[in-house]
Ligand binder design. Structure first.
Ligand code: T4K
Length: 398
């Protein structure tokens, strides 16, 4: 442990870790489990295009989410892309989404000729504020796409009511929310469709991948065509689809990770609890606590830093941590509405999203998940406490 400020790596001391500690080291199922699935694809020499492993994966997801269709894709961005195409939204249409989310959705909207309209988040949940969404609805609104940020379910009832009243389709970005429930229903069963990411850094992953969960039969049929170039037969192409397919190797990883998911959650929860204990009482450093009622996956450890109380701003702290090889991240800084492709065109005034900006300036996502060593977590907590106790001196020097 560091005993003097000079021991901090930023000031020339030895790094706490010789290798980077990442926000989400990917979860690895037992190798034999993955191999067993992969072997079946190997012996059948069937590696892609709606293969048997993909079908098994989709069937298991349907059962879990209690939905009629799960369309699995090569990633969540491609999944949302084909959903937007399937909805045939009119060019120039407005889509309401939070700015406090990953940039992928807004990018897709721009590429599709749609207009992102950014809503602010509710301070308590960091999710799209339904009242704001209601105020932003206009005659040009064609969709609403809130995100279950950090796996915390949105205010689903209010958003579904808004969608019902306005007739505007509601899609959920459920990239972080695999495993969570709202009331008695799994996330995956709400809105017109919910879209999950199976990226390597996610709670459930398939190296890369995405899931579209929906109860809408016509939408599902359309999406299956769009995932595969629009083919409905060997030489019959019904619509201009893309290649959004998932390979059998990826499906093997998805299935293997599904098999061990209960263990994954238990390990992630232990990691979260280790942080809760280790950071307790540090002034100005507050962990966001998952609500056990929503059966969280505990995949992210999200801290909020009050610079005044902590005695140092979030970005100085981030620099100190990076120097120690702790790659904590300030997601989703600076907010999508402040990213170059999404800045308002002059002379329009910049959008004001105070809660989004507050989160962007305070959030620090710490290395976590099922794959992290708990001794590393304890060492990170000890370091954070040391930094907090010496914040004034350190801030002065850095
Ligand atoms: N919606 C939301 C709300 C999302 O968060 C995302 C993706 C999407 C939609 C779109 O889903 P996909 O189309 O990706 O399926 C990462 C992920 O690449 C991205 O999937 C994720 N969200 C986002 C929140 O995080 P970056 O730019 O932060 O990735 P990167 O390379 O900096 O990796 C994060 C950390 O994980 C680094 O410290 C390195 C470490 N890492 C990464 C990989 C890939 C590993 O240790 N091992 C690995 O294999 O976006």
């Amino acid at each position: 442990p560091k005993r003097r400020v000079d021991n901090l790596a930023l000031f020339g001391g030895e790094r706490l870790f010789s290798e980077p500690r990442h926000v989400n080291k990917p979860n690895s199922p037992p190798r034999e489990l993955f191999d067993r699935y992969l072997d079946t694809a190997w012996s059948a020499a069937w590696f892609s295009n709606d293969g048997p492993l993909l079908r098994r994966f989709e069937a298991r997801l349907c059962e879990q989410f209690d939905v009629r269709h799960c369309i699995v894709t090569c990633n969540a961005t491609a999944a949302l892309d084909i959903v937007l195409q399937a909805l045939r939204l009119p060019p120039g249409g407005e889509v309401i989404l939070p700015s406090y989310t990953f940039v992928s959705t807004a990018n897709l909207l721009r590429l599709a000729g749609l207009k992102p309209v950014f809503c602010d988040i509710a301070a308590d949940s960091m999710n799209a504020d339904p009242e704001q969404c209601a105020r932003l609805i206009s005659s040009d609104t064609v969709a609403i796409i809130p995100t279950h940020v950090w796996g915390v379910p949105c205010d689903i009832d209010a958003l579904e009511a808004l969608s019902d009243q306005s007739g505007v389709p509601l899609l959920f970005d459920a990239a972080h929310a695999y495993g969570a429930v709202h009331g008695t229903r799994r996330i995956g069963g709400f809105g017109l469709a919910e879209i999950f990411s199976l990226h390597a850094t996610k709670a459930l992953h398939a190296f890369e991948g995405g899931i579209i969960a929906t109860d809408d039969d016509a939408l599902a049929d359309d999406l299956r065509l769009r995932r595969n170039f629009g083919f409905s037969g060997n030489d019959q192409v019904d619509l201009p689809g893309v290649n959004a397919k998932m390979s059998e190797a990826h499906a093997a990883m998805g299935l293997a990770n599904l098999d061990v998911f209960a263990r994954t959650i238990a390990a992630s929860r232990l990691c979260h609890e280790t942080y809760e204990q280790g950071l307790r009482g540090i002034p100005g450093l507050v962990l966001r606590m998952p609500d056990p009622a929503s059966q969280p996956n505990y995949h992210y450890v999200v801290a909020e830093l009050d610079a005044q109380q902590f005695g140092m701003d979030r970005d100085t702290l981030t620099r100190l941590l990076f120097a120690e090889n702790i790659w904590a991240r300030r997601y989703f800084y600076p907010g999508v509405h402040r990213m170059t492709p999404h800045l308002p065109l002059a002379p329009q005034a910049p959008v004001s999203l105070p809660q989004t900006e507050r989160a962007c300036n305070r959030v620090l996502v710490l290395p976590a998940g099922a794959a992290i060593d708990l001794d590393d977590v304890r060492a990170i907590c000890t370091l954070l406490r040391f930094i907090s106790e010496n914040a004034a001196v350190i801030a002065g020097r850095s």
